[in-house]
Design a protein around this ligand. Structure first.
Ligand SMILES: Cc1cc2nc3c(=O)[nH]c(=O)nc-3n(C[C@H](O)[C@H](O)[C@H](O)COP(=O)(O)OP(=O)(O)OC[C@H]3O[C@@H](n4cnc5c(N)ncnc54)[C@H](O)[C@@H]3O)c2cc1C
Length: 383
């Protein structure tokens, strides 16, 4: 069977790519190893943060602004709220890590923001308890995005625009064909396409082994805790947040989708990678006391009204590149195959804009964003 495009992996980015490609009238097939959605990859757990005051680099600000527009568009098209505007709060120190980086992005792009000392932060957001030397930066454009529901919405819109999706269909190989195009070998037959998009998340290094050199998969815990005072942690009083504290780096979201627990994740893996390395085929996804204890400690110190018993602890997988930036590029030696590895722990907010970027690249259109930071040639191994 022949398609214009095959998307391998219908998770966060694959579902978005499928919807954007189908909308342009191309014949497109999505192949997914598990169901849609599922909890074996990187995109489960109800929601993620969207911050516009982007600490990971000012280069992301125009892209995240476009993502925000597309989240609102997607919500309208899907008829449901998939982006909840809450603003974002970065809590930390004036001179290290997240706060100065987020502030630099605000200044570089003229974003509205408020810098607050500890007392003012606690007055404005009474769910928080800051140490006396901590400060916070509030930026009003942030919010939370809904993960499983947006994957379903993108899949629904893709199908309505004529895409095909085959779930429970693992891809074992992608072979370039002489004369162009690629053959995609699955457990349920072989498919051909002019172009292939590989958005396989943590499983990418197996499908495109050349990328194993620059991909490190990590197992990341998150937990939901019953708040003693739920009103303090509602979306209108409690923005999505990041925290730099003597206990480590954490992040979280307000109460959402009727879940009774306040969700947070961390401590972040950047500073101690070895401890977190995982193989998606063999990783133990079950929660451990080691996952839960740091989350509970961060709540007790900084969000005391949310520091009730754990209602759930889960783990997810992230795919880390050496510089923490995404890969959006042709696979080495495979000109028909476009690789989308937009993770490093901060990719979900970008899913709709990356769907749009992928559809532009597939169509040979000039990308609307500077994609140079995401090329493989930035790494010595591919220079
Ligand atoms: C705990 C945690 C917290 C995070 N917090 C944030 C946040 O606050 N904000 C943010 O923006 N990002 C955040 N991220 C990162 C974000 O969730 C990921 O970057 C994003 O989900 C990655 O999406 P993906 O499409 O690459 O992967 P996935 O959604 O996992 O999709 C990959 C898909 O490919 C499929 N697949 C793999 N191999 C094959 C194969 N051989 N054949 C067929 N299908 C295959 C998989 O089954 C899967 O469905 C967080 C991640 C984690 C784990």
């Amino acid at each position: 069977v022949s398609f214009d495009v095959i998307v391998v992996g219908v998770g966060g980015h694959g579902a978005a790519a499928l919807a954007h490609i189908a909308r342009r009238g191309l014949k497109v097939l999505g192949l997914e190893r598990f169901g849609i959605p599922h909890a074996q990859g990187s995109s489960h757990g109800l929601n993620r943060l969207l911050r516009v005051a982007y600490g990971e680099g000012a280069i992301y600000v125009p892209i995240v602004r476009r993502a925000r527009e597309l989240w609102l568009e997607l919500s309208r098209a899907a008829g449901e709220e998939l982006f909840v505007p809450t603003g974002s709060l970065d809590v930390g120190y004036p001179d290290r890590l997240t706060v100065p980086r987020a502030l630099a992005s605000c200044r570089a792009h003229g974003l509205a923001h408020d810098m607050m000392d500890a007392a003012e932060t606690m007055r404005r957001f009474p769910g928080w308890r800051l140490d006396a030397d901590q400060v916070a930066l509030f930026q009003p454009d942030g919010g939370l995005v809904r993960t499983e529901r947006s994957i379903l919405a993108h899949a629904r819109l893709a199908l309505a625009a004529g895409a095909e999706i085959r779930a429970n269909t693992p891809v074992s190989r992608i072979e370039e064909m002489i004369g162009g195009g690629a053959r995609v070998v699955t457990s349920r037959g072989v498919f051909e396409a002019g172009q292939v998009v590989v958005s396989a998340g943590a499983y990418l290094p197996r499908l495109v082994p050349a990328l194993a050199r620059i991909s490190e998969v990590r197992r990341i815990p998150v937990g939901w805790f019953a708040p003693r005072d739920p009103a303090l942690y509602a979306p209108d009083r409690f923005p999505v947040w990041t925290l730099d504290s003597p206990l480590g780096e954490f992040y979280g979201v307000p109460l959402d989708q009727g879940h009774p627990g306040v969700k947070l994740g961390g401590p972040s893996s950047g500073d101690q990678p070895g401890r977190w390395i995982a193989d998606p085929e063999t990783v133990d996804r079950r929660p451990t006391p080691v996952d839960e204890a740091p989350l509970a400690a961060a709540l007790a110190r900084h969000l005391p009204g949310a520091a009730g018993p754990a209602l759930d602890v889960q783990s997810g997988l992230i795919t880390w590149t050496p510089d923490g930036h995404f890969v959006i590029d042709r696979a080495p030696g495979q000109p028909s195959t476009l690789v989308v590895s937009a993770c490093s722990g901060h990719g979900f907010k970008f899913t709709p804009v990356i769907g749009e970027i992928v559809a532009d690249l597939i169509a040979g259109a000039r990308p609307r964003h500077d994609l140079a930071p995401f090329r493989l040639s930035r790494f010595e191994a591919f220079a």
